[in-house]
Design a protein around this ligand. Structure first.
Ligand SMILES: *Cc1c(COP(=O)(O)O)cnc(C)c1O
Length: 530
């Protein structure tokens, strides 16, 4: 071939391994050594095997407890922090964030009404959920209204309520109902948009006036965290919105990972060629009447959340008092509505984070890294143990497959054992399965319906290198090979508490499965002999 620079450029472009689209501008050295397993084991017992209570400073490996607030901020974000305006009311960051909301989500989110806010700032996502559902609960007197069987009268349908959303919905007297997509229920590993809502089920709920009057609003979680971080298609968003608009039921998004969801739409949905991420985001947000977001996710910030209300949307139309109620709620619990429990500097860092979150090269790398980690976990286990297709922010280990054939049952909570043992290895993951989503009712365990049983490895944004994640995959692989030796746990505190996985304490059952089986056999023989 003749020498041209173009030929070389093409040759380089085809190389499989690319550099990251960013580099480290600051690093945090881990004070604790990788090899101090014994020390971690001691502390693990002290904290009752509760991953949330384990000191982060003792984790030298990957801290994959959550992707929430764990982002490594960019240099422009750190610069924005220094420019923070700490005035009590209407600081610079407040105006900047409101401008950025319109820039990111589109003109429908402009605050034209001088009397009321449209962007309600909160210190994080669940505070926004609490604000919305406590105000709505009071307006509808939801707690006082129950059906014949004692269940709440009002139902909030979703493609998959996140745990805190579910808790806030239920605490305020509503039923949280998941309308998982058929692909999600069938655990279809090739479905491009497993996070979708089951529109047939939504239609059935809204078409009948008797059930429709019990639905104050509908929620779409994008991406669907509970369903495995799976995306929702623009087509599904459009269909859900059409159903809601036909019957004048407000549609809200739980928009924590809006940019990652937009990336999947651009990547996987037919007819999206040539449309950028930013454009896709604005299209998505034309279909809803309001949204809440944890800015600790796709806001790329370490703290923050907000609830945005479309002034001409169905939420305001159906509940005209909602904005005033939210404002009063903010004054009561978050300070003034123009800072919502955040420092002025945080608002500036969030506005800057929202600009980075929709950049194509950032999302390519981010979501690509999640997939590479998932593949590394399967490879280390030599088995297909992860939920497919991989979602945008996390890899989910399917506990039913991981522990199949070991004799461990739901009541042994082996997901808790798995996360505890991984802490000894120096990595932190989180059970989101029969413990987190199950509950104890009248002394009996009731599992999540439909069944969800995973351990989640959530990948912080802009934080780890692939090498770090491969070390974590290796530890998971070791546990898989030795899974017969993983014991179950007993719950020593918190089994009957709401949101129990955050606060519970556990201890390992005595001995391994093998020794327990031997003991059981031995006891059997002893009884026979007696
Ligand atoms: C994280 C999250 C929330 C809650 O946000 P926080 O900032 O953690 O309070 C709500 N919904 C979804 C889908 C989430 O991922």
């Amino acid at each position: 071939m003749r020498f041209t620079l173009e030929n070389w450029a093409e040759a380089f472009a085809s190389l499989p391994v690319r550099p990251r689209p960013y580099r480290n501008a600051a690093v945090s050295l881990r004070g604790h050594g990788v090899d101090e397993q014994a020390e971690r084991a001691r502390v693990l017992v002290e904290v009752g095997l509760n991953v949330f209570r384990f000191p982060a400073a003792l984790i030298p490996g990957c801290d994959l407890l959550t992707d929430s607030g764990t982002t490594t901020m960019t240099m422009p974000q750190w610069a924005a922090l220094l420019l923070g305006d700490e005035s009590y009311g209407s600081n610079e960051g407040y105006f900047e964030l409101k401008r950025q909301v319109v820039e990111t989500f589109g003109p429908a989110w402009e605050n034209r009404d001088r009397n009321f806010e449209s962007v309600f700032i909160f210190h994080q996502g669940r505070a926004a959920e609490h604000g919305l559902f406590s105000c709505l609960g009071r307006m509808l007197d939801a707690r006082a209204r129950v059906r014949g069987d004692g269940r709440p009268w009002f139902v909030i349908p979703s493609n998959g309520h996140f745990d805190t959303t579910q808790a806030n919905v239920e605490a305020n007297g509503f039923e949280a109902r998941n309308l998982f997509s058929p692909e999600q229920r069938a655990k279809d590993a090739s479905a491009p948009f497993r996070g979708n809502m089951d529109t047939g089920a939504l239609h059935a709920l809204l078409a009948d006036p008797a059930t429709r009057e019990r639905v104050p609003l509908v929620y779409l979680t994008i991406t669907n965290n509970t369903g495995g971080g799976q995306p929702v298609s623009l087509e599904n968003i459009r269909q859900v919105s059409e159903l809601c608009r036909a019957w004048e039921v407000p549609l809200l998004f739980d928009a924590c990972r809006f940019a990652e969801n937009a990336w999947f739409i651009r990547e996987r949905e037919p007819g999206r060629e040539g449309r950028g991420i930013a454009e896709t985001v604005r299209e998505m947000f034309e279909f809803c009447d309001g949204f809440h977001i944890s800015l600790k996710k796709d806001g790329l910030a370490n703290i923050g959340g907000c609830l945005c209300v479309c002034e001409d949307g169905l939420l305001v139309k159906r509940f005209p008092g909602i904005r005033e109620a939210l404002t009063m709620h903010q004054v009561l619990v978050e300070g003034h509505p123009t800072y919502g429990g955040l420092a002025g500097r945080d608002l500036k860092a969030i506005a800057e984070g929202l600009r980075t979150a929709v950049r194509q090269e950032y999302l390519d790398w981010r979501i690509g890294q999640v997939g590479r980690f998932g593949a590394a976990v399967d490879e280390a286990c030599g088995a297909d143990v992860t939920v497919k297709p991989f979602g945008g922010h996390a890899v989910y280990i399917d506990l039913d497959r991981f522990f199949a054939g070991t004799g461990l049952g739901d009541g042994d909570f082996p997901g808790i054992s798995l996360t505890a043992l991984l802490l000894v290895a120096g990595h932190r993951l989180c059970e989101l399965g029969v413990y987190a989503f199950g509950k104890e009712v009248n002394g009996r365990e009731v599992g999540p319906e439909p069944r969800v049983n995973n351990v989640r490895a959530a990948i912080p944004r802009l934080c780890y290198e692939d090498e770090d994640l491969r070390a974590c995959a290796g530890a998971i692989g070791l546990l898989y090979r030795e899974r017969e030796r993983v014991p179950g746990v007993e719950v020593t505190y918190g089994k009957d508490r709401p949101m129990r996985h955050f606060i519970s304490r556990f201890r390992f059952r005595d001995g391994t499965i093998e020794t327990r089986r031997r003991a059981e056999n031995g006891a059997g023989r002893a009884r026979t002999g007696a």
